[in-house]
Write a protein that binds this ligand. Sequence first.
Ligand code: BMP
Length: 263
Amino acid sequence: NRLKMSFEARSNHARCPVAKRLFQLMAVKKSNLCIAVDLPKVGAILDLVMKIGPHICVLKTHIDVVEDFNENFVHSLVALAEKYNFLIMEDRKFADIGNTVSMQYGHGLYKISQWADLVTCHSLPGKGVLDGLKNGAVDYSNKGVFLLAEMSCRGNLINEKYTKDTMELAMDGSNNDFIAGIVCQNPHVVTNPGLIQLTPGVQISNTSDELSQQYSSPQSAIKEKGADIAVVGRGVTNSPNVAAAAEEYRDQLWSAYCSRIES
Ligand code: BMP
């Protein structure tokens, strides 16, 4: 049962090298917190990352909300990722035919494959979307994908069959060296201990926003929903003291993980 296993033990089951690296990083850093930095200005993002860097295992970006994007920005992000030892995930949610996602991943303004260790991807187009992403990376052996099997927002159209079929796609022998994990909301989706469950929609002080987002507490995300890594966005970024907020979420999430594997 992967929910009872330590991240160290699970690193031996990972087929994707980046997932292995991430399991080990989490164990060493004692963090299963991913922060979503959904801010429009480069300066504000870098300022925030310098404060939260010590507490996170993954920094999640939406590069297309940045108004003053430039190449130096991604160089600075990569330097901060090395300094504080975290991975960068671009939450692009690729969802097109292979040829298109290959260009979206490797080319265009953002050249995502050059700086993001991890990306998110919808399973909707099927195997072609993964082949396209592999094609868009110069060397995909140091890259990984998180496939969306479920979403956190109220009213989303994903059903049980879609989730099950997504897991079949993820476990397919030709993809499993590239799939680092699964984005989902319940503990029964991910059974393979080598895959990492990423769960967004986590906040301490709110249960929803005005645009259908639904939140659970750090404890519920880890112990009831089966998250390995929890994604926290506005719970930290809207806080008056982001460093203290990041530390608080990190402590709560890590204790919940420790109590899950010990119980
Ligand atoms: P917040 O904690 O501020 O609601 O941010 C959640 C983050 O996680 C956003 O960046 C959003 O795009 C992402 N996300 C989500 O909320 N639900 C999902 O099902 C998948 C996501 O990637």
